[in-house]
Design a binder for this molecule. Sequence first.
Ligand code: G4P
Length: 532
Amino acid sequence: MSNEREIERRRTFGIISHPDAGKTTLTEKLLLFGGAIQSAGAVKNNKIKKTATSDFMEIEKQRGISVATSVMAFNYLDKQINILDTPGHKDFAEDTFRTLTAVDSVILVIDVANGVEAQTERLMEVCRMRNTPVIIFINKLDRDGKESFDLLDELESKLNIGVRPLTWPIGMGDRFKGVYNLYNKSLNLFSPNKTGISDDIQSIENLDSPELEELIGTDAAEELQEEVEMIEGVYDEFDRKRYLDGEVAPIFFGSAVNNFGVQELLNTFCEISPFPRGRDTDTGPVEPSDKKFSGFVFKIHANLDPKHRDRIAFLRIVSGKFERNKFYNHVRLGKKLKFPNPTSFMAQDKSVIDEAYPGDVVGLYDSGNFKIGDTLSEGETYTFKGIPSFSPEIFMELENLDPLKSKQLDKGIKQLMDEGVAQLFIQQPGNRKIVGTVGQLQFEVINYRLEHEYGAKCRFVPRNYHKACWITSDNEQNLEDFKRAKSQHIARDKDDNLVFLAETPFLLQMAEQDYREITFHKTSEFKLEMNS
Ligand code: G4P
């Protein structure tokens, strides 16, 4: 198959949702359709239960399983589908944000009863920043929920995106009869079905036909006719270009657990979703069709077996063809590397592959060369943009509890930071280590892993910071003045960049007002911005 054909048949996307809306269930059903798993329940374990914040065994288990389920690839129709898993737990939001840099589109799952929830908004903000195309699946129609038109208004206003229903529900809860497909004018009748993959789909060209009444009853038929008329009046025709530009989200209704409406979602997804897109670098865009190979690391996973320190770096291929055992350029290190065992993740199995194409994600065994955001190329020296660190929300000072193990502690903390578990800021004097995260759970993970994998013991002491801002200025003297005035709140990040740790929003605002020649960057990506 030609490179072009390989690119066109790939679809790389993520499923996002507020916890409990049904992401795991939907993922599982998609895998069932793709033949990637044989029975429901296989993906279910890949979930940290929302309540189990201290259950380390659960975290350990999660780490093991999530290597296999971080990427789930399968063939469906003539497409190769790559689903990238995004953790639902809010404390792993940063991990999810990074994974979203490696997808070309997303499916957002909404619980019909809860509508837009806190985590939905945050995740969608990230998608909107990149104009990622979004399909919305409104789930749990077998339960009572919000009225459909109200829900559409809520989606538009809270998520800042246009919507266009492509299916429409007939009733909900106990009265749920099925969905009408506005796109290809067919009716899919609901029957609870938790394991199989057969939908009862009837073609209904004309909503006035007596056949419709026979199938769903007079009242429901009338209601559907009215509502469809309203939809056609209120919403513009579905415009694929606007979907691809991230301006409008097609909407599907269904019930993931009953495997209902899922096949329609998948079929339409295959038809309309984008094939692999290019990415920006500090020297300009790189397109999938470019002949030379390139890719970037968006996730690093530690080996489950603590005795083996090697890790798996997840590389998203952007252009060209990746080949096993070929030397590639590790741009940040300026070093040539080759990979004898690159891994793909077809279905639940890992297997060594000889080649991979744009849109694919390969796992590279790594003994410490990679950090999140690293670029791999066939000689070029550009760096991919778009994988910034955001300011953490919780800050703690790390205290070593066993001075004899300080080397192990330093090594462990460095490796965990490379994996993107948290961010480290060093403060002087005294080389004080401030660890910043988006959630409390990470501190427990770090503590546990430092002890079990590196034999180091530490504890965390809360530091009352509001935000970390990366600071730069064209005026060296100004920067020096600022550093002197705020010396207690100045730190360096892992790449030695200057960071201002602001205690409150007010103090940050004051600093911005008082030092106008200094730029306070909200993400660590400022260097690439300045180069381009
Ligand atoms: P998440 O990954 O987004 O966190 O959600 P997950 O798929 O785990 O689903 C959360 C809960 O919602 C699960 O119930 C799941 O069975 C249920 N669910 C998913 N889709 C539907 C649906 O279409 N209708 C209804 N009524 N429920 C649905 P649970 O009790 O937390 O887990 P389980 O014991 O059922 O596995």
